[in-house]
Design a binder for this molecule. Structure first.
Ligand code: GLN
Length: 486
């Protein structure tokens, strides 16, 4: 098994395991060697927190000895999973001291579906603690480095997943996206990141951050790879009450070469002075490419875009403060017993020692906006504005626009420590939080580089319309070709 095969597209990899005479075991061995070569562990990129190579090999051996009788579209594909998605073999720490060593007794539905399709989990990826952050600098296990430039952040919070894929160690990884955590690190690392429609992929087994915003997403090297993984993990799940019932047509089969008749909206609110001019330039080039493909582009307006960051930083912390109440030292993870203290003291010492500063800030903020006296002024008002942000999208997609094109992030990957002010960090999500607030699907793909650093372009489509999003992304990726990485 050559290392180049495991680095190639999933289509070729699966062809090799199903018809080419290569076993899933050989594929997993090659991936484990590639992870070593890329130094994905703590001494290098610090992208992968937990590995159990013996277990990964044993799983691959089981698949090699008895290939599944059913269709296995990911047979032998090695996959890395973000550490807030439950697996029963490896720990699920959420990048937090509080859950250090915690192993879930059950498996996330998305992981079960991947394994059923023949994929093998080879590691759990580093992340900002409880997925709160935009740089993976908030992990209790130390920051992840960007493989493109190790002096810079990989983005976040799914920075470990993005770095594992961008390093060449694996072709695909799962992440989670509450306000941009799949798309923004994908942009910073020069890969593809997909946030599906809210409810498209089951959240069962995803440790909750902001439940009305959270979605499991895919980080991949190509649109075709991402589409293949989406086709496996999407679909209704009775374990998740918010899971969409309507089935998703194949994303992979939606890929076409031309975009004649497709109308692309360009929202002027995403192209303001906050945008780095060199990123704007790469976006213009991508829009030219879309026109060459037969699409028409038109300026559109999403007037409530400017309110998205304040609304998100009320809604997400409010939900987080409630979701994280369960980490009390009794039921999960680490317990700190204070000398001579009672139950309240146990909660206090466990939570004070277990949560890092960003998580603590969010819990305090969330508790504040939900408290009597402030609920109406902050939380209720934020919900009302959220509805207007949603309405903006509904209106623009009802006006004959099939997809929107925007930058993914206002800047390229920044150096470690560059955004010490939390509010500055929050502004990295200015173009991504809207899709979570509205529940619509969004995807980031590489559209060029600036000074060697990757730039991402974002495509958004109407609620439930992943297929148009993949269609436009696939055609754009094919036309840009190597230019997307220059
Ligand atoms: N960066 C955003 C935040 O800190 C989004 C995080 C996410 O999508 N998980 O909340």
């Amino acid at each position: 098994m050559s290392a180049s095969l495991v680095a190639g597209p999933i289509a070729a990899l699966v062809e090799a395991t199903t018809r080419g005479g290569h076993s899933p075991r050989a594929m997993v061995d090659a991936a484990l060697a590639a992870m070593d070569a890329a130094h994905v562990g703590p001494e290098g990129l610090n992208a992968v927190l937990w590995r159990d190579d013996a277990e990964a090999r044993a799983e691959a051996d089981r698949l090699s000895a008895a290939p599944p009788a059913h269709d296995a579209p990911l047979l032998g594909v090695p996959i890395v999973v973000k550490d807030n998605i439950a697996t029963t073999i490896l720990p699920t720490s959420c990048g937090s001291r509080l859950l250090d060593g915690y192993v879930s007794p059950f498996e996330a539905t998305a992981v079960t579906r991947l394994r059923h399709a023949g994929a093998v989990i080879v590691g759990k990826a580093n992340m900002d603690e409880f997925a709160m952050g935009s740089s993976t600098e908030h992990s209790a296990f130390g920051p992840t480095r960007n493989p493109v430039d190790p002096s810079r952040v990989p983005g976040g919070s799914s920075g470990g997943s993005a770095a594992a894929v961008a390093s060449g160690a694996v072709r695909v990884a799962l992440g989670s996206d509450t306000g941009g955590s799949v798309r923004q690190p994908a942009a910073y690392c020069g890969i593809v990141g997909v946030k599906p429609t809210y409810g498209r992929v089951s959240r069962h087994g995803l440790v909750a951050f902001g439940s009305s915003l959270d979605q499991i997403g895919v980080l991949a090297r190509s649109i075709d790879d991402a589409a293949r993984v989406m086709d496996v993990i999407a679909g209704h799940d009775p374990h998740d009450a918010t899971s969409l019932v309507a089935p998703l047509a194949s994303c992979r089969e939606a890929l076409t070469a031309r975009l004649d008749g497709v109308v692309i909206g360009v929202p002027s609110e995403y192209f303001t002075d906050a945008l780095d001019p060199v990123i704007r330039d790469r976006c213009e080039r991508a829009l030219d490419a879309l026109r060459v493909l037969g699409a028409t582009t038109r300026e559109v307006h999403l007037p409530h875009t400017g309110l998205a960051i304040p609304v998100y930083y009320i809604v997400a912390p409010a939900e987080a403060s409630s979701n994280l109440a369960r980490f009390d030292g009794i039921r999960y993870g680490q317990r700190r017993v204070p000398p001579g203290g009672g139950l309240t003291e146990l909660y206090e010492t466990t939570r004070s020692a277990g949560f890092g500063p960003e998580v603590t800030r969010r819990i305090l903020l969330g508790t504040y906006v939900l408290s009597a006296g402030y609920y109406d002024a902050y939380y209720r008002r934020a919900q009302a504005v959220r509805q207007r942000i949603r309405d903006d999208f509904v209106r623009v997609f009802a006006s004959g626009v099939h997809a929107l094109f925007t930058p993914t992030a206002p800047t390229v990957a920044f150096p470690f420590g560059a955004k010490a002010d939390p509010y500055e960090m929050y502004l990295s999500d200015i173009y991504t939080v809207t899709a979570n607030l509205a529940g619509v699907p969004a995807l980031s793909l590489p559209i060029g580089r600036v000074g060697g650093l990757p730039v991402g372009g974002q495509l958004l489509t109407a609620h439930g319309d992943e297929t148009t999003m993949f269609r436009v992304a696939g055609a754009l990726e094919a036309l840009l070709g190597e230019e997307a990485h220059r």
